[in-house]
Structure formats: structure tokens, C-alpha cells
Write a protein that binds this ligand. Structure first.
Ligand code: CTP
Length: 406
């Protein structure tokens, strides 16, 4: 989602400056345009050539370079930026900005800012704990500057504590979030994700191939768009998304319990989980021995969670998924009507690039009025965004027009 975003990355003089090279790569990989500004001390730690190579743009260091000033001086940079990021940010740069000092290209650019500024502190743990630094950070936060918490652990100086460069993924996610219009603020969205596991002895269970990627993408995107998100997840190897309430479950019955507990407080429910339809009738407390003869395995139906919600959903928006291998649209429409959903997201699991495990999906979104939106292959995060557009659109039709979104 950072594709085409214009980022000014300010690098200041700390040992973590080398990590900003990797951060630049992350932004470039996502299609952003990055212009790097380095302070005089930063170039003692890492060369401008490295950043120039990685960003594909000239690196700016000098405020008084007249030829460059006409093209890319501090005012031009401030106007250009969708976001200014200072990473790593030393105690010195934080103090200067908090006091309104502007004596080099980076501080003058920040002083003339028109965009959000995200500051990622990295410094010695005692410096980070210093009350003057803390006061400066509080002051800037009260002036709507965004801050990442410094990471905790071993620092380059050998100390142990807070002061490490924040994890790259967290910085990228924070930038995504800052640059996303908060058009779902006020919505409380309950999302289920992943498979369920139905055990039949202490070491075995039946499950399905769901990875949880679609549900997690929905949680991440809904959070970025300002919703209050609760994610109920079956077993998944994915990282827990930051900034969402996360509930871990395993079996379909546990998932049902967690959904029922949380549905009352939700305005939207999205059931992306691949709930196992059946569970073994008996659970053996001891491991089942293979024995000699054939093994009879009896299954019983699991509760249909979405149908239960559908019966008492009130004015909540209910979205379900249908993974099919044949008669996609007919099956999906039937499920939507039978289970009283407002939308159903249908995908054909036999298509390459769709269904479980993949990072992409190919879906059709059906609504109760007979509408059908067919989306091309896209990343699951983009699919999630389009599903959320539908939800937003059903609240107020005009606001669904993507053109109005930043
Ligand atoms: N679902 C659910 N509880 C279940 C099974 C499914 O809440 N026990 C939800 C899923 O999260 C999904 C939707 O129902 O949003 C459709 O799931 P699917 O398994 O395709 O539907 P079924 O009605 O079980 O259809 P099928 O006969 O194809 O298994």
C-alpha cells in the first residue's frame, strides 16, 4: 500500500544508522519513492553512496548547496513528502525539534513540514531514560508528532535495556497506518481467521490447509483504517498483528465460545476462518494404538458459528467466506442467503493464486441485492481493503467511492 508514496527519510548520527539502509530497501520494495536526508554525524556512520544506491535518488546532506537548493531544498522536500521519517533519531535531533531549532537540512525540512512526521528513537539506554529526552518526546507527541517506542535488548554500547532501533516491520506497519485514512473509526470489527483443530487423542487432530493469511490481512487493514479490531484465530504460524485484540483458539467449539462472547460488542463480523465442519465423536485421553485391524473413525457436526450469528445479528454487518471447487457463485449465493450474511467473499480454491496458503487471492464479492464484484488476482492485503470498502460503502454509499480516499 506504500506504492507511489513519497517518503523523506532522515538519518541522524547513531550506530543504528546502518539499519536505515535496510529500512530504505523495505520502502523501495513496497514501491515508495524515498529521498534520504543525512545529518553531518550520520555520514560518519554510513556513507551517502549506500543510501543513494538503495534509494535510487541523490542523498541530501547540505542545506547550502545552491544548485541543489533550487531543486531539492528544505521547502521542496517538505512539500514533496507524504511522510517524514527520522530513523534512527538521536536524543540530539529530538531535542532540537522539540525546541524549534532549525540549523541543517533535516531540521529545516521538519520545521517546514506539511506532512506527518514519524520519529524512531535509537540511543543509549540511559539517554533514552533521561527525563529531558522523555519530556521532549512528550512535547512532540502533544504536537501530533508520531513516535515509535525504542526496542528493548542488548545495545551496541554493551548496555541492556530500552534504546534499540525499533524492528523494521513495526516501522513499516506504523508508516502504513499513519498514511491510511481512518474511515472505519468507530467500527468494532470482529474477525475470525485460520483453521480449527479437532483432536481425537493427545497427539492427533484433524484440520484443513487454512493459513490464516486472509483473516490476518483483514485485521491489519481494518486496524490501519481506524477500526477497533478483535481477531479470533485458530492455530496459525503468522505474527500476531499489532494494535488488535487477539484471542487464540484451537477447536471449532472454542472459536464459537470466543465469537459468542465478543459478538455483542461488534458492529461488523467477518468470518474468514475455515472452521472444521466435523469433529471426532470421541476424544481418547490416551494415545490410540494402531492395533491390528481397521480403525473406525466417527465424526459429528460442529456448530455452524456464522448461522448462529446470522439468526440474531440485528443491524450488524455479517460477512462470510465461501471456498468452493465447483459452482462458485451459485454455492456462495445460497450460503449467503441461508446464513443471513450481508456479503460473501467467494473464491475458487482450484485456481492458481487463490485460496489457502497463498499470499494472493482471486475473489468475487456478492451482496444480498444481487451485486457481484469480480476482483482480479491481488495481494490478500488489497483484497482485504476491497472487502472493507464494501462494508464502508454499505454504511454510507458515497464514502465507498475510492476516489475520495487518500
Ligand atoms: N462457518 C462457520 N462455522 C462452521 C462452518 C463454516 O461459521 N462450522 C463459516 C465460515 O467461517 C465461512 C462460511 O461459514 O464464513 C462458509 O463456510 P463453508 O465451510 O464454505 O460453508 P458450509 O456451509 O460449511 O458449506 P460446505 O457445505 O461447502 O461445507
Amino acid at each position: 500500500m506504500l506504492k507511489g508514496k513519497k517518503i523523506v527519510l532522515g538519518i541522524t548520527g547513531g550506530i543504528a544508522a546502518y539499519k536505515s539502509a535496510e529500512l530504505t530497501r523495505e520502502f523501495i520494495k513496497r514501491g515508495a519513492d524515498v529521498k534520504v536526508v543525512m545529518t553531518t554525524n550520520a555520514i560518519r556512520f554510513i556513507t551517502p553512496l549506500t543510501l543513494r544506491t538503495l534509494s535510487g535518488n541523490p542523498v541530501l546532506t547540505d542545506m547550502f548547496s545552491l544548485t541543489k537548493e533550487s531543486e531539492i531544498g528544505h521547502i521542496t522536500l517538505s512539500d514533496y513528502a507524504d511522510i517524514i521519517i527520522i530513523a534512527p533519531a538521536t536524543a540530539n535531533i529530538i531535542g532540537k525539534i522539540a525546541c524549534g531549532l532549525a540549523d541543517d537540512l533535516l531540521t529545516t525540512t521538519v520545521m517546514a513540514k506539511r506532512s506527518p512526521v514519524l520519529i524512531c528513537p535509537a540511543m543509549n539506554t540511559n539517554m533514552y531514560a533521561n527525563y529531558i529526552v522523555k519530556e521532549n518526546i512528550s512535547r512532540l507527541i502533544s504536537r501530533n508528532y508520531f513516535f515509535m517506542e525504542a526496542g528493548y535488548g542488548e545495545l551496541a554500547c554493551g548496555a541492556q535495556g530500552a534504546g534499540r532501533f525499533p524492528p523494521l516491520d513495526d516501522i513499516v506497519e506504523e508508516v502504513e497506518s499513519i498514511l491510511t485514512n481512518k474511515d472505519l473509526a468507530g467500527e468494532r470489527i470482529l474477525i475470525t481467521a485460520g483453521p480449527t483443530r479437532e483432536p481425537f487423542d493427545p497427539v492427533r487432530y484433524i484440520t484443513n490447509y487454512s493459513s490464516g493469511k486472509m483473516g490476518y490481512a483483514l485485521a491489519i487493514m481494518a486496524k490501519r483504517r481506524g477500526a477497533d479490531v478483535t481477531l479470533i484465530s485458530g492455530p496459525s504460524s503468522l505474527m500476531r498483528p499489532s494494535g488488535v485484540k487477539f484471542l487464540q483458539v484451537s477447536s471449532a467449539e472454542e472459536m464459537r465460545g470466543a465469537v459468542i462472547d465478543n459478538v455483542g460488542n461488534s458492529t461488523v463480523i467477518i468470518k474468514a476462518a475455515a472452521v472444521a465442519d466435523f469433529r471426532p465423536v470421541v476424544f481418547s485421553d490416551d494415545k490410540i494404538k494402531k492395533g491390528l485391524g481397521p480403525f473406525d473413525f466417527h465424526l459429528v457436526r460442529n456448530p455452524d458459528i456464522i448461522s448462529e450469528i446470522g439468526r440474531n445479528k440485528g443491524d450488524r454487518i455479517l460477512v462470510g467466506f465461501a471456498v468452493e471447487t465447483e459452482n462458485l457463485v451459485e454455492n456462495a449465493r445460497r450460503k449467503m442467503i441461508e446464513k443471513n450474511m450481508d456479503f460473501i467473499v467467494a473464491n475458487d480454491a482450484t485456481l492458481p493464486g487463490a485460496g489457502f496458503q497463498t499470499d494472493t487471492n482471486i475473489v468475487k464479492i456478492l451482496d444480498r441485492e444481487g451485486g457481484l464484484e469480480e476482483l482480479p488476482i491481488m495481494d490478500k492485503i488489497e483484497v482485504a481493503d476491497r472487502i472493507l470498502d464494501k462494508i464502508k460503502g454499505s454504511r454510507s454509499p458515497q464514502s465507498s467511492q475510492r476516489a475520495q480516499r487518500n
